[in-house]
Design a binder for this molecule. Structure first.
Ligand code: MRU
Length: 314
């Protein structure tokens, strides 16, 4: 199931806020529609955000908009995933050097995404043993990319090599990407999967019920990795209980210039925390902190699985 496709000069996006109950594609006719879809997380996950942003640039070009202005506005949709900035800059550069239109470049990135993820999967499968139970956090699957996925791509590839794999998905509060999206993907693939609440991860490791952890990343920078809130607690527990903790990410998620501690961590709407689905779970007037990501320091990471091989965190 692809998260997006381009047809009749429109971007069709799988609306992930409706999953797993409804599989519905929405149309983006303008780059502003793409910005809205990224902000409201109809499309989410670092690689998917990047490719959607490139198609946003294509929509701006087709409408004769000012490209620099569209670029700045698209880049302001979400702050943490570096793929958004990478994709927009790559489109601008392709236009500057005359190597192609924004649409040509977006379509190239669309195809590359799947190839890259397959290479990540193949490289990562080497660290997964037959019979492993692999814990993952959030959704770094096909739904976070164009297709196939990074962390879940590693699991797919290991299974395709004939290994028997069990998967544990953290629920991933507040928006439930683990429960709604990763469990859904694993069920579609017929890979055995169990759902746990986020706070059960440490217990499962202490009981010896997890052999590997593989998560995705929104940014890999000097000193560590930014990923969905809760990744840090998983990594700390993994260190304590000796469970290898891997990050699977394409090179487009690397930001080699900056310290991970200088990266802006997105703060999202308090209502996401105050509600479980549509149901309010705290008293009116409750104050909230809602950081969407946290930072896993390099010393907690066993390796970063990329399309170029397994790299040391830097
Ligand atoms: O807020 P989200 O759902 O966009 O966060 C997604 C994640 O944290 C993923 O793990 C990350 O983007 C990697 S996706 C291959």
């Amino acid at each position: 199931m692809k998260t997006m496709y381009w047809k009749d000069n429109e971007l069709h996006l799988l609306d992930q806020t409706k999953l797993p109950d409804e599989v519905v594609y929405m149309q983006c006719k303008t780059y502003m529609d793409v910005i809205d879809a990224i902000k409201t997380m109809k499309v989410r996950g670092a690689p998917a955000i990047g490719v959607a942003a490139a198609f946003g640039m294509a929509l701006a070009e087709l409408a004769g908009e000012k490209m620099e202005k569209a670029a700045d506005e698209i880049k302001s949709a979400r702050p943490t995933a570096v793929n958004l900035f990478w994709a927009v800059d790559r489109v601008l550069q392709a236009k500057e050097t005359g190597s192609g239109s924004a649409l040509d470049e977006a379509l190239k990135m669309y195809d590359e995404d799947v190839e890259t993820n397959r290479a990540i999967g193949k490289n990562g499968a080497a660290v997964i043993d037959d019979g492993d139970t692999v814990l993952t956090h959030c959704n770094a699957g096909a739904l976070a990319c164009v297709d196939y996925g990074t962390a879940l791509g590693v699991i797919r590839a290991a299974r395709d090599e004939g290994k028997k794999i069990n998967v544990i998905c953290d629920e991933t509060r507040p928006l439930g990407q683990g429960a709604r999206l990763s469990v859904f993907e694993m069920q579609q693939e017929k890979i055995p999967v169990k759902l746990i609440v986020d706070s059960a991860a440490g217990h499962m490791m202490q009981k010896g019920m997890v052999q590997k952890i593989v998560i995705g990343a929104d940014r890999v920078a000097k000193g560590g990795v930014a990923n969905k809130i809760g990744s840090l607690m998983v990594a700390l527990a993994a260190k304590r209980f000796g469970v290898p903790f891997y990050v699977a990410a394409p090179k487009s998620t690397f930001d080699e210039e900056n310290s991970i501690y200088d990266v802006k961590i997105e703060e999202r709407d308090p209502d996401e925390v105050l509600h479980f689905g549509k149901c309010r779970i705290a008293p009116e007037g409750t104050e909230v902190e809602n950081p969407a990501f946290d930072i896993v320091p390099s010393d907690l990471i066993a390796g970063i699985i990329t399309e170029e091989g397994i790299l040391e965190p830097f």
